[in-house]
Design a protein around this ligand. Structure first.
Ligand SMILES: Cc1cc2nc3c(=O)[nH]c(=O)nc-3n(C[C@H](O)[C@H](O)[C@H](O)COP(=O)(O)OP(=O)(O)OC[C@H]3O[C@@H](n4cnc5c(N)ncnc54)[C@H](O)[C@@H]3O)c2cc1C
Length: 549
């Protein structure tokens, strides 16, 4: 397989050469969902765009979210009507744009006497939410009796239960959505490169351009200069490192993962707390995950902390509401932590009260975009594109139609699943996972898998929906370069796969052995990758939790 490594190295060499020897209209820094959305929206206008990401796409906050495409029901009591209206409508739009990646997520909110909200207030809020969202009737809210709530959420305490609300949000795999948006921008002509860092201290940003931005290729160690008329800073929680005037506050949110059989929910549930924190439990395939905390984070933004105290707090909330579950630290099989980039408002305001709105700060040489929600990325990208077009003036044709790379039309999704099912001898779960990952490209992926050798369609480890050929595809077709890229972001197997830490380690070893051949890793590099993955995926932290008495 050694010529495959040459292929990867050559692809990267060409990308870096193009990046440092072309003139761009806009250089977008940051390949999270915000930067990718900006690159997509700008590329629709026919502008020459470069998107660079210092690590992997979505490796920052955009793979560490609660994986909900939601309208922000909980922001209504804060009077955030405009934000809720905009973001809730985006849900429907995004679902239509990528039906393979985004699916309906039925939710339950139980209401308790003496709880933070009465059933009447929740009913009114849900009515308003439906109204603002223009949501399809089938997704409209319903009021639930205490018995209905208990039927939907087995094991929930019935003490003082007044009833509840059923409503809908949407869910998806954040990092795969991010990747689909990167590919969409690329298809429209943008140059998109990961593992390239911008160093603004060494750059010359010229008002009204062209600016010269110093960049480093972290894969080859090469350095160069990117010339662009305008720079967009979409560096999320790193934004103030690029623009010291950016008023940013970071807040940490962690999620804990349990096997579904250990925390058996059928519906996503909001867990009321006396302090009205935003805690919920989401069932998804083999797991239920519980999140999220919202604490100021002053730690290292490159690897957000996962403190034991955060985990204990979440367990206490869950056990108060689901006493029979009696969840323990030993039940946690996976976890992740992320940092919200929030726009600073009044001094001393608690982070869970800070608005999730975005803020676009346009200076003559750089446009900085701050805050926002994952769900709002398309609209944020559109607003930034308008600002950029105004600044550059007189360029851009009519924008290309909005369509996401690899998205099948909603009506062909079932047909696609049926065709894929044949390849997996009727295994429905695998079909769903594959179609979710590859969408309309699934047939092409299957052809590829068959060509990679007789074992391409075999799972990396018995029974898990992560196939050997997917490793090759991730490296050769999806710009993955590290173990964390493939196991956390391209496949989702690390956090969403329902594997115990021991099993995940075995899968990681096997994946690393295949990647070693593809990427020409030395034995030392393979070991370094493994150690890095255990740290990045919080495998070490979870093992520590499980050993805590
Ligand atoms: C715990 C938690 C749960 C959340 N849940 C939800 C949810 O369910 N739904 C929802 O809609 N929103 C949710 N959010 C919010 C959402 O995840 C974020 O708003 C969104 O992901 C931010 O994306 P971003 O692109 O701005 O930042 P990031 O994803 O962090 O991207 C910024 C990127 O810039 C790169 N970068 C930084 N500096 C440089 C440089 N010098 N050169 C090159 N690249 C650079 C970084 O490596 C990073 O990848 C949640 C957030 C958190 C923390």
């Amino acid at each position: 397989m050694d010529n495959l490594f040459d292929r990867v190295a050559e692809r990267r060499r060409q990308q870096f050469e193009q990046l440092t020897h072309s003139r761009f209209d806009v250089l977008v820094i940051g390949g999270g969902i915000t930067g990718s959305g900006v690159a997509w929206q700008l590329a629709r206008w026919g502008l020459r765009i470069a998107l660079i990401e210092q690590s992997d796409y979505a490796s920052g906050t955009s793979s560490r979210s609660s994986k909900m495409i939601h309208g922000g029901f909980r922001y209504l009591p804060h009077g955030e009507i405009r934000l809720v209206r905009q973001v809730s409508r985006e849900r429907t739009r995004l679902r239509a744009l990528m039906p393979h990646l985004i699916s309906p997520l039925p939710m339950t909110i139980p209401a308790y006497q003496g709880g933070p909200f009465s059933l009447g207030t929740l009913s009114f809020g849900s009515w308003l939410y439906d109204h603002l969202s223009h949501i399809d009737r089938q997704f409209a809210h319903q009021r639930l009796s205490p018995q209905d709530v208990q039927a939907r959420t087995p094991g929930i305490t019935g003490e003082n239960l007044a009833g509840g609300i059923a409503y809908y949000e949407f869910g998806g795999h954040d990092a795969r959505i991010n990747w689909a948006v990167v590919k969409t921008a690329e298809q429209l002509g943008a140059l998109t490169v990961n593992y390239v860092r911008a160093n603004l201290k060494e750059s010359r940003l010229i008002p009204d351009g062209p600016s010269h931005v110093a960049v480093e290729d972290l894969f080859s160690g090469g350095t160069g200069i990117v010339e662009a008329r305008l720079v967009v800073n979409a560096a999320g929680p790193w934004a103030d490192l690029l623009d010291p005037e950016a008023r940013l506050v970071r807040s940490r949110g962690i999620h804990l993962v349990f096997l579904r059989e250990r925390f058996p929910l059928s519906y996503a549930t909001i867990l009321p707390t006396p302090e009205n924190a935003n805690i919920f439990a989401v069932p998804r395939g083999p797991i239920t995950y519980l999140g999220t905390t919202d604490y100021p984070d002053h730690g290292a933004v490159d690897s957000p902390d996962l403190p034991l105290s955060d985990a204990q707090y979440l367990l206490n909330v869950a056990n108060r509401l689901f006493p029979q579950a009696a969840l323990k630290l030993q039940d946690i099989i996976a976890a992740w932590s992320g940092v919200r980039p929030l726009v600073a408002q009044d001094a001393g305001q608690k982070t869970d009260r800070l608005s999730r709105r975005d803020l676009i700060v346009a200076k003559p040489s750089m446009v900085t975009v701050l805050g926002g929600k994952f769900t709002g990325f398309r609209a944020t990208g559109e607003s930034v594109a308008r600002t950029v077009l105004g600044r550059l003036g007189g360029i851009g044709t009519l924008p290309a139609r909005e369509a996401i790379w690899g998205a099948p039309a909603a009506e062909t999704l079932e047909r696609l699943k049926q065709r894929t099912m044949d390849a997996f001898n009727g295994a429905g779960h695998w079909t769903d996972v594959m179609v979710q990952r590859y969408g309309a490209l699934t047939p092409e992926w299957l052809r590829w898998a068959k060509q990679t050798g007789s074992d391409g369609l075999e799972p990396v480890s018995d029974g898990i929906p992560w196939l050997k050929a997917e490793i090759d595809w991730a490296v050769l077709r999806e710009q993955a370069l590290s173990l964390a890229d493939v196991l956390i972001r391209r496949s989702g197997i690390a956090w969403l796969g329902g594997l115990s830490p021991e099993r995940l380690k075995e899968v990681a070893q096997r994946t690393a052995d295949r990647m070693r051949l593809l990427l020409d890793w030395s034995p030392e590099e393979r070991d370094r990758q493994m150690a890095l993955f255990y740290r990045t995926a919080y495998v070490d932290d979870v093992e520590r939790f499980r050993q805590t008495l």
